[in-house]
Design a protein around this ligand. Structure first.
Ligand code: NAD
Length: 290
C-alpha cells in the first residue's frame, strides 16, 4: 500500500519504519523529526498525504491533529482512509472524522497502547473507532505495527476506550505507589509486598508488569532511575482528557478526578515532569502532601 505518515516522533518513527520494512511505500512528514530508515521524507503534510491509500497521523494533541488533518484531507485521494493513532480528545476525533467523510474519505481513530517498546517491536494494541470498511482496509497495517486491533465502534470509540483504559492505569498506579509507601512505613519488605500483591486481589498491570519499586518484579522504568517509559506529564494529559470527557458526558469519575489532581500536583509542583509516571512511589515515600 501507499502510506502517508505524519508525525515521526518517539512513536511514529518506529511505526512508520515497521511499515516500510514490511514492504509498504511510506512517505513521512514531521515538522522537526527526521524520516526513519526506509521512509521517504515529504516536504509537507499535503505531500505525504497525496496519492496515499492510507494516511496515518501520530501527533501530540487534538489541536495539532485538527490543523494537520485540514491539510491532509485537502490533498488525499477520494476513498482513501485517514487513520489517526494519536491520543486526542473524543471531540477532535469526531470532528476530524466528520470532515474526512464530508470530503469523500473514510476515517478511523486508532489510538494505541504499548508505548515506545511496543511501537519498536510491532506489538502495539490498537483501539479503533470508525466504519467496518475503513477498519478492513487498515487492518493489515495494524497487524504490521501491532499484535491486536479491537474495533470498538463508530468514530470516537477508539479514543473513548483509550481514555477509559488510561484512567484505570493512572488510578491503579497511584494506588500501588501509595500502598508501597505505606508498606515501607509499616516495615514490610518491598519484595514480600510484591510477592503477595502480585498474586492476590490487589494485583494489576501497574504492579505485575510495571512495578514502581526498583529491583522488584520485572524490569521497569523504576530500575532505570524513573526515566520514561511513559512520562508523568503524558499520564496527566490522558487523565485530563478523561475528565473533559466525563464532564461533557455527565459521568461521575471521582477516582479519575483524584488521580488527575495528584498527577497535576506531581508534574507542576514536585518535579514530576520528565519522570516516569511510576515515580509517584518516591514522591509518596517522601510524604509530599497536597
Ligand atoms: P512525540 O512528541 O515524540 O512525537 C510527536 C511528533 O509530532 C514530533 O516529532 C513533532 O515534531 C511532530 N509534530 C508536531 N506538530 C506537527 C505538525 N504540525 N506536522 C507534522 N508533525 C508534527 O510524541 P510520541 O511519544 O510519539 O506520542 C505521539 C502520540 O502518541 C501522542 O498523542 C501520545 O499521547 C500518544 N502515545 C504515546 C505513547 C508513548 O509511550 N510515548 C504511548 C501511547 C500513545
Amino acid at each position: 500500500m501507499k502510506i502517508g505518515f505524519i508525525g515521526l516522533g518517539n512513536m511514529g518513527a518506529p511505526m512508520a519504519a515497521n511499515l516500510a520494512r514490511a514492504g509498504h511505500e511510506v512517505r513521512g512528514f514531521d515538522t522537526a523529526a527526521p524520516a526513519p530508515e526506509g521512509v521517504t521524507a515529504a516536504a509537507s503534510a499535503a505531500e505525504a498525504a497525496r496519492n496515499a491509500d492510507v494516511v496515518i497521523t501520530m501527533l501530540p494533541n487534538g489541536q495539532i491533529l485538527r490543523a494537520v488533518a485540514d491539510q491532509a484531507i485537502a490533498a488525499m485521494m477520494p476513498g482513501a482512509v485517514l487513520c489517526d493513532c494519536s491520543t486526542v480528545d473524543v471531540a477532535s476525533a469526531r470532528a476530524v472524522a466528520d470532515q474526512a467523510r464530508g470530503a469523500g474519505l473514510a476515517a478511523l481513530d486508532a489510538p494505541v497502547s504499548g508505548g515506545i517498546g511496543g511501537a519498536q517491536a510491532g506489538t502495539l494494541t490498537f483501539m479503533v473507532g470508525g466504519d467496518d470498511a475503513a477498519f478492513a482496509t487498515v487492518a493489515p497495517l495494524f497487524q504490521v505495527m501491532g499484535q491486536k486491533a479491537v474495533h470498538c465502534g463508530e468514530a470516537g470509540a477508539g479514543q473513548a476506550a483509550k481514555i477509559c483504559n488510561n484512567m484505570i492505569l493512572g488510578v491503579t498506579m497511584i494506588a500501588t505507589c501509595e500502598a508501597f509507601a505505606l508498606a515501607d512505613k509499616l516495615g514490610l519488605d518491598r519484595q514480600k509486598m510484591f510477592d503477595v500483591v502480585s498474586t492476590s486481589s490487589g494485583a494489576s498491570w501497574s504492579i505485575n508488569s510495571y512495578c514502581p519499586a526498583p529491583g522488584v518484579g520485572p524490569a521497569s522504568p523504576a530500575d532505570n532511575g524513573y526515566r520514561p517509559g511513559f512520562a508523568s506529564e503524558l499520564m496527566l494529559k490522558d487523565l485530563r482528557l478523561s475528565q473533559d470527557a466525563a464532564e461533557s458526558a455527565d459521568a461521575d469519575t471521582p477516582m479519575g478526578a483524584a488521580a488527575t489532581r495528584l498527577y497535576a500536583d506531581f508534574v507542576e509542583n514536585h518535579g514530576g515532569r520528565g519522570q516516569d509516571f511510576s515515580a509517584m512511589l518516591p514522591h509518596f515515600a517522601a510524604r509530599h502532601r497536597q
